[in-house]
Design a protein around this ligand. Sequence first.
Ligand code: PLP
Length: 444
Amino acid sequence: MEIIYEINSRFLELVRIRFPKDAERLARMSLIDESGERYVRMANLACVSSHTINGVAALHSELLKQTVLRDFYELFPEKFCNKTNGVTPRRWMVLSNPRLSKMITGRIGDRWIKHLDDLRQLEPLANDSGFRDEWRSIKQAIKRDLASRIHDQFGILVDPTSLYDVQVKRIHEYKRQHLNLLHIVTLYSQLKQNPNLEITPRTFIFAGKAAPGYHMAKLMIKLITAVGEMVNKDPDLRNQIKVIFLPNYNVTNSQRIYPASDLSEQISTAGFEASGTGNMKFAMNGALTIGTLDGANIEIREAVGADNFFLFGLTADQVVALKASGYNPYTYYQANPLLRDAIDLIASGHFSQGDASLFKPLLDKLLRQDPYLLMADYQAYIDCQQAVGQAYSHADDWTRMAILNAVRMGRFPLIVPFANTARRSGRCRPLRFRWLTPPPPMAC
Ligand SMILES: *Cc1c(COP(=O)(O)O)cnc(C)c1O
């Protein structure tokens, strides 16, 4: 603490000189929050002591400058930059998807593994029906493998030709696994009400851990497995939907999931996902994305083309504006019979052996506060999922889009710090900021 106080007094001296007579700014930028019980502001300490501040995707790098770190941007504009995240194709393609990787290497050699942009050479083959057939049969084989694993481990039969609709990531309210669930419950309800209804068969796959003290996230997992138990055994659904929660989500298990996916769920509330990297791993393995304009989704959509991406929902600006205008989630519930039906079904205890109290905290939060705007985005999500189902039924067009997703991911290789040429080529700028007074000799 002695050292932190010393850093703080020198830092605030600098702020005082740069912005005289601005006590509020000083209080905001102090490394110590003194509005209530005192604590150290770790983010402020990080900004003061860091050479460079990166938002890890273009949107978030902008949001940092305009919102949470605005004061720091005004003081140290030169520290702020953007290096959009990337993932290593060595792990996320070569190791985890050997079949697809061998096929690619067979066409263009293995230089792409270190120069991901080379994948672009495959782009014309998206129009080659033989290549599409080969691509599709590889995806099918990978999906069969995952289906047989799921059968061996959990005794659940999934149809490997169904659309694998996958959301794997940490469980969090902002990532909105429960929005995905509302779509599933809506499909379930429609199939129960109309037993002759034909939909595009889907296997919904979830995986992810909740932080130990995050009760709402654990309740979201409970709701996934509860819906799964009802859906998977109900003969009325004629195997048109299955819901699987794969436990112990980690890197090893995830490597089996990304390559088998058709649809990548990247449905965070716009403005909340700094970048995402799962979104990149899915796309480079030929999954299409359903997603919001959040984090790196924006840049992925730019790279793969808007026609090859299922976009829905409010933008980050619209999220801020809606909240400022006095958002009332309950009005969406009242106005939308489809949404009301899904919420009411969960509230009735239908998925919890008649226990209407189990999911009450989750539903109450959605109807009273809904900080992540599920109610506002629900209908747009349902409509977009309808379009996804339609598109998947045109298998050849779907495969063409999947190929274009994979081969246009050259913009997102992992940047290895110091192993690249930035340092040697002198692109790192020197530090402008210097302490005003030289540090005193150590008093020890
Ligand atoms: C890639 C990855 C993540 C990050 O996923 P997001 O969808 O970007 O949140 C988390 N956990 C594991 C095991 C991963 O492989």
